[in-house]
Design a protein around this ligand. Structure first.
Ligand SMILES: [Fe+2]
Length: 294
């Protein structure tokens, strides 16, 4: 399987991964020949890259992600509904959202937990439209593995995964125009983006009445181990361990994803960067646990 930039060149080639819709139904089967109609569909969905089979590769139906294919394609849409309900100024909706969030957290843990094999080095392609939700699900799935590496008991693991799902909630407060801007952000726009940490935290802890453990990562996941992050420039152990874990996975998943202003980086390139971590951005203990899952 190979990953290529989405362009006319993929016409006539074979799709490298199954493609599902939001309900978990199979839209296109791995191995199908890509025609102009399909290409158009990928572009409309906001994909920038696509998986293709290598010329002589056989079609085998194995999952190449931590999560089962079904959970991988349905859970971003569940999370989208949860976020929408948390944003609505409505107590009943917020309470429904919390129940659904608990169920989603449990199912991610159940799906990922106890997999003692190494994580496959396969990129997970995301659409621009649903990046926030696909990214948050990925961060949650990887956090199960790191929590297990750190021998977290069940309750702690649950809190970590729930905090992972909520870490970027505050992005809903940022203008779509800025989030989807295809060129480099100006300083004033960066300032706006940085506000997703404090705005998300305030909404979670205030109107939604989440506790500190569930929402700590939403405000701390851009703090850096060396104290160079934001919003408070705290460092080391002053950053909660959940946040130190989520910071690292957040970086990994964002770096290996296509973003409006840049193409994705390879997994090996990203892991090398994390391993060298010359800027001391991450907690070395978390780096060790993370590298150990691959
Ligand atoms: Fe963030």
């Amino acid at each position: 399987m190979k990953i290529v930039e989405l362009s006319q060149d993929v016409l006539g080639q074979k799709l490298g991964k199954n493609l599902y819709n939001a309900n978990g139904n199979l839209l296109l089967r791995k191995g199908v020949e890509i025609n102009p109609h399909y290409l158009d569909h990928f572009k409309k969905k906001g994909y920038k890259s696509i998986y293709l089979l290598n010329n002589d590769q056989e079609v085998t139906q194995t999952s190449s992600h931590l999560l089962s294919e079904r959970l991988l394609c349905t859970s971003p849409f569940v999370l989208k509904r949860i976020f929408r309900n948390l944003m609505a100024d409505n107590k009943k909706k917020a309470s429904d959202a919390k129940y659904e969030l608990i169920a989603l957290t449990e199912s991610i843990i159940l799906n990922v937990s106890g997999q003692n094999q190494k994580v496959p080095k396969v990129l997970d392609l995301k659409t621009q439209e649903d990046y926030l939700y696909q990214h948050s699900i990925n961060v949650a799935a990887y956090s199960v593995l790191i929590g297990e590496k750190l021998k977290y008991p069940r309750t702690k693991l649950f809190n970590l995964v729930l905090a992972s799902l909520l870490h970027d909630f505050g992005m809903l407060f940022i203008d779509n125009e800025i989030v989807n801007k295809a060129s480099r952000l100006e300083e004033i726009e960066l300032e706006k983006v940085r506000e997703h940490t404090t705005k998300g935290f305030r909404h979670l802890i205030g109107p939604c009445s989440f506790d500190g453990l569930s929402s700590v990562a939403s405000v701390q996941h851009h703090e850096r181990f060396d104290g160079s992050g934001y919003p408070r420039k705290i460092g080391g152990d002053d950053i909660h361990e959940y946040s130190r874990i989520i910071t690292l996975i957040d970086f990994y998943d964002a770096w290996t994803s296509d973003r409006p202003h840049r193409r994705l980086h390879s997994i090996d390139q990203t892991l090398d960067f994390i391993e060298s971590d010359e800027s001391k951005t991450f907690d070395p203990k978390i780096v060790d646990a993370f590298l150990d899952i691959f």
